[in-house]
Write a protein that binds this ligand. Structure first.
Ligand code: GH3
Ligand code: MG
Ligand code: MG
Ligand code: MG
Ligand code: MG
Length: 306
C-alpha cells in the first residue's frame, strides 16, 4: 500500500515548506493537492521514516496524522520535540478523534494546533498560514537577536548562550578545541585619524575577514566588545590554529587598510590563542586568551601569542 508515494514532492509556490505524515495515501494526496499552490509540500506515508526525512527536509511546519501503523502521531510528535534541531517546529495534528483525552495528549506532546477530520480545507489553509507566518517571523527575530548589528557576526549574547550550553567543566564535544581572542591594534588612533564612520567600516571589513577564515560549519566569530572579536574553532588543535592565525594576519595585510599611526602603517590585529584537549571548559579559555592577547600587545602587536 505504501510503496508508491512514500515521499512526494510537489512544486514550490512560496518559500515555506510543509511536511505531512499520513499513512492514508488518499488523504495525503488530497492534502498535497490542496496545499501545493501555497507551499512546497513533502508527503510521507511511513511514520517510521518520518523523523529522518524531516531532519533532511527541515520544513517550516509539520502536519501529523494520529492513527498510523508502526508509530502513532503523538509518539512521533514527542520524538520530533525531543530532537534539538527540530524542537521549535510547529506541529499540527490531523485526526478523526476529537475526544478530550486525545486532544489533551496532542497538546501535551507539543503540538501548536489540531485540525479535525474530515478536513475543512479553507480552515486548514488559514490556520497553516497563521502558524507559518509566526514561524517565519520568529526565525527572523531569533536570527536578528543573535547577530551584531554593525558587523553581522554573532553578538555577545549569542556567545553567552553558547557558553551556557557548552561550558561544563568537562566538555567532550570535541577532542580538541581552540579559542582566539582578537583585538584591532591602535584602533582609537584609527577613529581619530579617519573618523568614526570609517572606523565602523573597518570593523565590518575585519569581521568579514574573520568570517572567511573560520570556514568549518562548527567555527564561529563573535564580536566580543568594541574592536574585540572571539573566534571559536572546535576540533582544531594548536597546529591548525597556527595556520588560521597566519591566514588572518595575511588576509588583513592583503586588504591594505591604511592606519598611518601604527608600526606597519596599516590596520593590524593582535591575537591571544588557546588550544585545549578534552575535557575542557571554555570560560577559563577566554581568560587565558585574554592574557595571551595582552602578551601579544606587549610584544609589539600585529602577532599571535599561543
Ligand atoms: P590597542 O592596540 O592597545 O588595542 O589600542 P586600541 O586603541 O585599539 O585600544 P583602546 O581600547 O584604547 O581603543 C579601542 C577603540 O575602539 C576606542 C573606541 O572608540 C573604538 N570603538 C569601539 N567600538 C567601536 C565601534 O563600534 N565603532 C568604532 N568606529 N569604534 C569603536
Ligand atoms: Mg491514519
Ligand atoms: Mg580592545
Ligand atoms: Mg585596548
Ligand atoms: Mg585595540
Amino acid at each position: 500500500m505504501t510503496s508508491f508515494l512514500k515521499h512526494v514532492l510537489s512544486t514550490p509556490k512560496t518559500g515555506a515548506k510543509v511536511f505531512i505524515v499520513d499513512d492514508d495515501i488518499i488523504t495525503l494526496e488530497m492534502l498535497i493537492h490542496n496545499l501545493q499552490n501555497d507551499y512546497h509540500v513533502i508527503g510521507c506515508s511511513e511514520p517510521t521514516e518520518a523523523l529522518r526525512k524531516i531532519k533532511e527536509a527541515m520544513p517550516d511546519l509539520i502536519m501529523l496524522d494520529m492513527e498510523m501503523p508502526g508509530l502513532n502521531g503523538v509518539e512521533l510528535c514527542r520524538q520530533i520535540k525531543a530532537t534539538e534541531q527540530l524542537e521549535d517546529l510547529p506541529i499540527v495534528f490531523l485526526t478523526g478523534h476529537d475526544d478530550q483525552e486525545t486532544q489533551l495528549k496532542c497538546w501535551e506532546a507539543g503540538c501548536v494546533d489540531f485540525v479535525p477530520k474530515p478536513i475543512v480545507f479553507a480552515t486548514l489553509k488559514y490556520r497553516l498560514q497563521t502558524h507559518i507566518k509566526l514561524k517565519l517571523v520568529t526565525d527572523k527575530l531569533s536570527t536578528l537577536a543573535m547577530l551584531d548589528g554593525l558587523t553581522n557576526v554573532y553578538n555577545r549574547r549569542y556567545l553567552e548562550n553558547y557558553l551556557t550550553k557548552h561550558n561544563t567543566q568537562a566538555t567532550r564535544d570535541y577532542q580538541v578545541f581552540t579559542l582566539m581572542m582578537l583585538d584591532i591594534d591602535y584602533f582609537k588612533r584609527y577613529n581619530d585619524n579617519y573618523g568614526h564612520q570609517q572606523g565602523d567600516e573597518c570593523l565590518r571589513e575585519v569581521a568579514q575577514i574573520l568570517s572567511k577564515t573560520a570556514t568549518r560549519s562548527t567555527d564561529f566569530v563573535a564580536r566580543y566588545g568594541g574592536e574585540e572579536f572571539i573566534l571559536m574553532l572546535p576540533a582544531t588543535d594548536q597546529k591548525g590554529a597556527k595556520l588560521v592565525a597566519m591566514n588572518i594576519h595575511q588576509s588583513l595585510a592583503k586588504r591594505k587598510l591604511e592606519n598611518k599611526d601604527t608600526e606597519a602603517g596599516r590596520v593590524t590585529l593582535s591575537i591571544g590563542c588557546v588550544s585545549a584537549s578534552a575535557p575542557y571548559a571554555i570560560t577559563p579559555m577566554i581568560e587565558e586568551a585574554d592574557k595571551l592577547l595582552y602578551e601579544a600587545k606587549q610584544s609589539g602587536r600585529n602577532q599571535t601569542c599561543f
